[in-house]
Design a protein around this ligand. Structure first.
Ligand code: ADP
Length: 531
């Protein structure tokens, strides 16, 4: 598949959000209509069938019998009760994964057969992508069109991609000194523990499960407590595809209970985590204090998006808007510090504000909706607190700044200008629809400022000058630099962070390294005539 540009999938023309004016703190601020949010909500066209834990090939209740509610972020209402896994369930799941690894058949199966099961699974996902997209939107709040047209195809593509790798993983013959024959075996690590977040429940599942299975590992995966539903649905499709029992186990539950039990388990051989930097530190500590399992972490970000003076402003506005507002701003790599050259700053600002005011917010099941609700009340409140802090620190609120509607967790697309590097909104990961626009003058200056953050996940560069692009791509300390594009997430492109944005890379060939051990095999050569 050619590199999929999410932006091109969503850059259709949009209906204008009706904006009335109000005077706030002596500035003119545009306010969005709340009409869309009070309209009748669309009923999702999917049933919630799978709410129990998947252990050893069976959907089962939790050992305690406890359940927890999962919500529709459009309304904050409960949509299902899900089995709540805890340490005892993690123990059972790890035992099943251990058995499936040690006794087979998964790691002992031919790589070709493993590849075929992954391919069958990906095909089944394509067949059920409408239901899956509906379930993802219902539980997460992301626009249905985004889930159906971009995320589900990417999910299936990822499994097709790793199915392709399964039978192409092999070691090397090593030309060592002395009369020795030396080769390496690339072996699966064993039982992989995987903990995923709520912002892309299916894609985060794919980034972790795809490479782990391709390499022959078995898995215990914990979903985020906010979004447990789609992983259980696809687990059923894995069964249909012929995945043997115990190879993939899913424990729904909370972080400090089920997640901690997994990260500190003595019989888990590797842990992979995506989430906040604070939780990443806890995971690393638990891995160290238990059995020193290797850890990969994909954590927070505060990615700069740099618009140079030679940029096509209309394109830059659209891309910077997309880089920040995509997925309700709930992306670890969101372009959340928009640096604009002083010569084009005023024009950019005016157009960026106009674009934010046009953003269509409402029921994510409706056609043409670009922005749904934030995931839950906690995130919703957190984003509003950051907006307040931006106003209090004297950034200029250009538009938005308030709740959208009166139900659920919708927030108006918000733009701040005159943002300074030392403001909280320029330093912390807001994880919401809040664009911060900063002004710069010199290239060296913007490099220094863009890099002066504890994070290093991604960066965007917008310029027509190849020399400027080359300078910036080398100078920026980030795991991905997108030039004149953003959020290109092809299965083959590695993704991960510098600094406190993480350890290791996911996707592409790089992710295979996370799930393989290298064994050197050395045998003396007895006949020196044939060295
Ligand atoms: P966020 O703040 O965005 O929800 P988190 O890092 O808290 O991000 O959550 C990401 C994932 O980590 C979720 O699956 C969550 O349940 C899990 N998690 C949270 N706290 C812990 C913990 N102490 N130990 C293990 N997993 C955790």
């Amino acid at each position: 598949m050619a590199a999929r540009r999410l932006s091109s999938l969503f850059s259709r023309s949009l209906t204008s959000g009706s904006a009335s004016k109000l005077l706030s703190q002596g500035r003119t601020v545009s306010r969005f209509s709340t009409a869309a949010a009070t309209e009748k909500l669309i009923t999702p066209s999917v049933d919630i069938e799978y709410t129990r834990l998947l252990i050893n090939g069976h959907f089962v209740d939790s050992a305690s019998g406890k359940t927890f509610p999962t919500y529709d972020p459009r309304t904050g209402e409960v949509i299902a009760h899900v089995a709540e896994g805890d340490a005892e369930d993690v123990n059972r799941a790890v035992a099943a994964a251990r058995k499936a690894f040690d006794e087979g058949p998964w790691p002992k199966m031919s790589a070709y057969e493993r590849s075929r099961i992954l391919l069958r699974f990906a095909d089944l996902v394509e067949k059920h992508s409408e239901e899956l997209a509906a379930l993802e939107t219902w539980n997460n709040g992301k626009p249905f069109e985004q889930a159906a047209k971009a995320e589900l195809p990417m999910f299936a593509r990822l499994f097709h991609y790793y199915a392709g790798w399964a039978d192409k993983i092999h070691g090397l013959t090593v030309p060592a000194d002395g009369p020795y024959h030396v080769h390496t075996l690339h072996e699966p690590i064993g039982v992989a523990g995987q903990i995923i977040p709520w912002n892309f429940p299916l894609l985060m599942f794919a980034w972790k499960v795809g490479p782990a299975l391709a390499c022959g590992n078995t898995i215990v995966l914990k979903t985020a407590e906010q979004t447990p539903l789609t992983a259980l649905y696809v687990a059923r499709l894995f069964q249909e595809a012929g995945l043997p029992p115990g190879v993939l186990n899913i424990v729904s539950g909370y972080g400090p209970t089920a997640g901690a039990a997994l990260a500190s388990h003595m019989d888990v051989d590797k842990i992979a985590f995506t989430g906040s930097t604070d939780t990443g530190k806890i995971i690393l500590e638990m891995a160290a204090k238990s059995n020193l399992k290797p850890v990969t972490l994909e954590l927070g970000g505060k990615s700069p998006f740099i618009i140079c003076e030679d940029a096509d402003i209309d394109q830059a506005v659209e891309l910077a808007h997309f880089a920040l507002f995509f997925n309700q701003g709930q992306c670890c790599c969101a372009g959340s510090r928009t640096y604009v050259h002083e010569r084009v700053y005023d024009e950019f600002l005016e157009k960026a504000k106009a674009r934010a005011l046009k953003r269509t917010v409402g029921d994510p099941f409706k056609k043409g909706i670009e922005q749904g609700p934030q995931i839950d009340s906690e995130q919703f409140q957190k984003v509003l607190r950051y907006i307040k802090s931006g106003i209090e620190s004297n950034a200029t609120l250009e538009c938005g700044g308030e709740r959208f509607g009166s139900k659920g967790y919708f927030i108006q697309p918000t733009v701040f200008s005159n943002v300074q590097d030392d403001m909280l909104i320029a330093q912390d990961e807001i994880f919401g629809p809040v664009q911060s626009i900063l002004k710069f003058k010199e290239l060296d200056e913007v490099i220094r400022r863009a890099n002066s953050t504890r994070y290093g996940l991604a960066a965007g560069v917008f310029t027509k000058n190849i020399n400027t692009a080359n300078t910036l791509t080398r100078a920026l300390r980030a795991g991905t630099v997108w030039v004149n594009c953003f959020d290109v997430f092809d299965a083959a492109i590695p993704f991960g962070g510098y600094k406190m944005s993480g350890i290791g890379r996911e996707k592409g060939i790089y992710s295979l390294h996370n799930y393989l051990q290298v064994k050197a095999v050395v045998t003396p050569l007895k006949n020196p005539a044939w060295l």
